[in-house]
Design a protein around this ligand. Sequence first.
Ligand code: GLY
Length: 384
Amino acid sequence: MSSRTSDVLVIGGGIIGLVTAWRAAQRGLATAVVDPEPGGGAAQVAAGMLAAVTELHHGEQTLLGLNLASARRYPDFAAELTDVSGQDLGYRRCGTLAVALDADDRAHLRELHALQQQSGLESQWLSGRDCRRLEPMLAPGVRGGLRVDGDHQIDPRRLARALVLACERAGVVFHRAWAERFRVAGERAAGVTTADGTELGAGQVVLAAGSHSGRLPGVPDDVLPPVRPVKGQVLRLTVPRRLAPFLSRTVRAVVRGSQVYLVPRENGELVIGATTEELGWDTTVTAGGVYELLRDAHELVPGLTELPLTETRAGLRPGSPDNAPLLGPTELPGLLLATGHYRNGVLLTPVTGDAMAHVLATGELTDEARPFTPRRFARVEQPV
Ligand code: GLY
């Protein structure tokens, strides 16, 4: 058994763990990440919409504040990460068009528009004809839509790769292994033991293992994050050069109550997502999932059936009880969380990195991160 120590140990090398490690290392903290495959995880499946405005939901105004704070950071964040890593991130300030296919969808979209207006967000109602003028591949039946010029996209796979490189360049140490057991010593977080028996220790330990964060053996029950896996199936198609530009911005809709979105990249990839399934740890791509996504996407953009289907994949979103992330210290000294980002992990990457580095360096949460303290889920002892 060997033993290694650092100031900060991040459990999980997905985009949230990586951005935490990168920003912590930039603050001069000796930082390590434990993950068998850094840069993997849900980012390998996600479409990469930066959709603070189009994914607004009733009752999520506090989360909206954090989403918008992160969206505002994106241009500088992407420029810095591109510079440091030498990687193009596929960051595209292309906007989004949310459309309605029937009267029910239109009512739903009108309600979203009203909520956006009440929240001071910019979006513009368009007729079906105006939608098709913007995106000629849309179905003739489109009944209207919302143009949101502020909701953009990034390629999460490239983002993950760039964050690995940025971490390496900032001196982050990678332990390419599974964290098998979390260790507590003297009533504080001590580190983890990996599958080969190595003990990794640190002054502060950040649990950033996405949907796995809720089941790491050894984490005391009272601080185990209430995070669960929420499956999303996603398809990737390829737009041949002769058909480009097929779509010029993200197009989305709610069809028969299910979200469907089409995210076109400059390199010809067209991502179609996503199912939302509460099926535990299942990551099977199912005929039904693929069928429903293609059926709904085809209703929006009939011409896509001509395109090669190049990939089908399922990933697990880290869902939390209020759909918002858990950021910062827990009741166990030395244990912090950066998890539970649910549908917004890619969008929230910049603000999460800043918030986590700040709390790791100073012990204090930033004002914008304070509402997302894990302590909001602390168990209250019932009198007997
Ligand atoms: N944010 C898109 C999704 O989770 O499907």
